[in-house]
Design a protein around this ligand. Structure first.
Ligand SMILES: C[S@@+](CC[C@H](N)C(=O)[O-])C[C@H]1O[C@@H](n2cnc3c(N)ncnc32)[C@H](O)[C@@H]1O
Length: 285
C-alpha cells in the first residue's frame, strides 16, 4: 500500500506553479502525442458512448485543462468542473475556455483533492477523471478515490490514468539509479530529481482501491506498451532522438499507433503499460 504523504501541498503547488506557463508544450512532444491519442481513443471507445446527453464531468487535478478541453469541444452538450490545487495551472484552463467559447460550461475551482468530497458536496457527476500523475501526488489515493466515488451519479464513471511502478523502475534503471528503482517497486518515487515524490501504482492495487470505494471495475489497461519515454520526455520540451525520428514520421506514427491501439484492451499487456488506465463505475440504483 502506498498511502501516506509524498510531499506538502506547498511543494506540489510550487512545482506546478513553475511549470504552468510551458505545460502545454507537452502537446508538441511526439511521444506524448502518441500517448494522448491512445488515451483519447480509449475514452472514445469505452467512455463517451456510456455518457448521457448533457453529461456533467469533474476533471480532478485538471491542470491547464488539456482534457477538459477535449471533452468540452468534442461534446458541446457537456458541462464540467475543473478542480486543481495550483492557480497558475488552472489559470491556463480558464483562458483556454474563454478563447474556445466554452467558459459558460467549465467552472475552474481551486482546491485540494484531499478535501474534494466536502468541497463539492451536493454536486453529482456522470464522469470523473484524473489523468497523468494526479493520484500520485495526493496524500492518500485510497481516500481520494473514495471521495470521488461519492461524487458520482448512479451509473457514473471514474477514469484514472496513473503512473506504473514497473515502468518507473525500468526508467530509473536506464539512468543507472538502482536505489530509486527499488523505491519505485515499493510504490514511491519520481522520474527526475526536481519533481516531488509520487505514489506509483500496480493494476491489482488500482482494482482493489476502486472496489473498496464501492465501484465496479469495468476495464484495466495500460499504454503505451511498446514504446517508453526517455529522459527528454520527462521534461516539458525536447524529445529523445530515436522517438522523435520514429514518431516524427507521419506514416511510422500511424503504424505505431495501430500496433498500440490493437493492444489497448489486451489484459496480458496491462503490466507493460507506461501509465495504467482504469475505468470503474458506480452501480446504477
Ligand atoms: C501532471 S499535472 C496533470 C494535469 C492534467 N490532469 C493533465 O493531464 O494535463 C498534475 C496536476 O495535479 C494537480 N494536483 C496535485 N496535487 C493535487 C491535490 N492534492 N489537489 C488538487 N490538485 C492537485 C497539480 O496542481 C497539477 O495541475
Amino acid at each position: 500500500m502506498t498511502d501516506g504523504p509524498v510531499a506538502t501541498l506547498d511543494e506540489i503547488r510550487s512545482y506546478f506553479n513553475g511549470k504552468a506557463d510551458a505545460y502545454d508544450d507537452v502537446d508538441a512532444q511526439p511521444y506524448w502525442v502518441l500517448s494522448d491519442e491512445l488515451l483519447w481513443s480509449a475514452l472514445t471507445e469505452y467512455v463517451l458512448p456510456r455518457l448521457p446527453e448533457d453529461f456533467r464531468f469533474l476533471d480532478a487535478g485538471g491542470g491547464t485543462g488539456r482534457w477538459s478541453h477535449r471533452f468540452a469541444t468534442a461534446r458541446p452538450d457537456a458541462t464540467g468542473v475543473l478542480y486543481d490545487l495550483t492557480p497558475a495551472m488552472f489559470g491556463h484552463a480558464r483562458a483556454k475556455a474563454e478563447r474556445y467559447g466554452y467558459a459558460d460550461r467549465l467552472a475552474c475551482r481551486e482546491g485540494d483533492l484531499g478535501r474534494v468530497g466536502e468541497e463539492l458536496a451536493g454536486e453529482g457527476f456522470d464522469l470523473i477523471f484524473n489523468f497523468h500523475n494526479v493520484l500520485g501526488f495526493v496524500d492518500s489515493p485510497t481516500d481520494v478515490i473514495k471521495q470521488l466515488a461519492g461524487l458520482l451519479n448512479p451509473g457514473g464513471l471514474l477514469v484514472s490514468f496513473v503512473p506504473s511502478r514497473w515502468h518507473a523502475a525500468w526508467f530509473n534503471l536506464t539512468l543507472g539509479q538502482t536505489a530509486e528503482a527499488g523505491r519505485n517497486l515499493e510504490g514511491r518515487g519520481r522520474f527526475t530529481d526536481t519533481m516531488p515524490d509520487m505514489h506509483l501504482f500496480t493494476p491489482e492495487q488500482l482494482r482493489a482501491m476502486n472496489e473498496d470505494a464501492g465501484l465496479r471495475v469495468d476495464l484495466t489497461t495500460g499504454f503505451p506498451v511498446l514504446l517508453y519515454p526517455g529522459y527528454q520526455e520527462t521534461q516539458i520540451s525536447g524529445s529523445t532522438r530515436s522517438l522523435a525520428e520514429l514518431l516524427g514520421d507521419r506514416a511510422a506514427f500511424d503504424e505505431v499507433f495501430a500496433l498500440e491501439r490493437g493492444l489497448l484492451g489486451t489484459a496480458d499487456a496491462v503490466g507493460r503499460g507506461n501509465n495504467l488506465f482504469v475505468l470503474a463505475s458506480r452501480p446504477a440504483r
